[in-house]
Design a protein. Structure first.
Length: 232
């Protein structure tokens, strides 16, 4: 399988293959894990061909997404039309080529089911990034967000080579808090009026995790806890 950025490297289980020296962890698809309902889930690089699914799913899920995402200048529908997709994808492509962002599709049984982004990647003395995600509503309640967050966190540490990963969630979004907590993120602070969300400045809880904070990976811990069935 190829994408516009080059060859996509597939992995089965934790990879020990050499990392790209310029853009470590990109473009790579993660290994697949099996959810407790038997579905197979993996993360793979976002491609220009994902535009139709991206637009359709986000328009359908406006009521879920708009209250938790940065304010859009245009209407929600206009912000997800073909022109907006081209602009969004072009920006992500450019940032990916510079090694600043890793945009990944959540794929369940081969179907587009949402997105995970590892952003503001910094190496060297900082060695950190943030992680964010959204899941299409038909896939909610099946452990998809938990599994996707686990794969992204492990990818950030083992393949991108980061030391620290952070995330934020709104005080009135307990579902996101649980996803992050289950994956080993701990509270570090409270950010006042941190982001402009759905028309107003909103506070956020701030959480983080270090690469060496736990003796094993996020996926391993989910397997032990019975939240995942197996590596596929």
């Amino acid at each position: 399988m190829f994408d516009p950025f080059g060859r996509v490297r597939r992995m089965r289980g934790p990879s020990t293959a050499p990392r790209d020296p310029v853009h470590p962890g990109w473009p790579e698809a993660t290994a697949s894990v099996r959810l407790t309902d038997g579905s197979a889930l993996r993360l793979r690089p976002l491609t220009v061909r994902d535009g139709e699914a991206w637009s359709q799913q986000r328009i359908i899920d406006e009521s879920w997404l708009r209250p938790v995402e940065p304010t859009q200048r245009a209407s929600w529908t206009a912000s997800h039309d073909e022109a907006s997709w081209r602009h969004t994808f072009g920006h992500l492509r450019d940032m990916s080529r510079r090694g600043i962002i890793v945009p990944l599709v959540i794929e369940v049984d081969g179907q587009f089911a949402g997105q995970v982004t590892i952003g503001n990647i910094q190496h060297g003395g900082v060695s950190e990034a943030w992680v964010g995600y959204w899941v299409h509503s038909p896939y909610m309640g099946r452990g998809v967000a938990v599994a996707a967050c686990a794969l992204a966190t492990d990818h950030a540490f083992s393949r991108i080579g980061l030391h620290r990963l952070t995330a934020t969630y709104l005080p009135d979004n307990p579902a996101s808090r649980r996803v992050l907590a289950v994956n080993g993120y701990r509270e570090e602070g409270f950010l006042r009026q941190n982001l402009h969300i759905d028309g107003r400045w909103r506070d956020h809880h701030f959480v983080a995790q270090l690469a060496d904070e736990h003796p094993d990976t996020c996926v391993s811990r989910l397997l032990k806890a019975g939240r995942l069935a197996a590596w596929r």
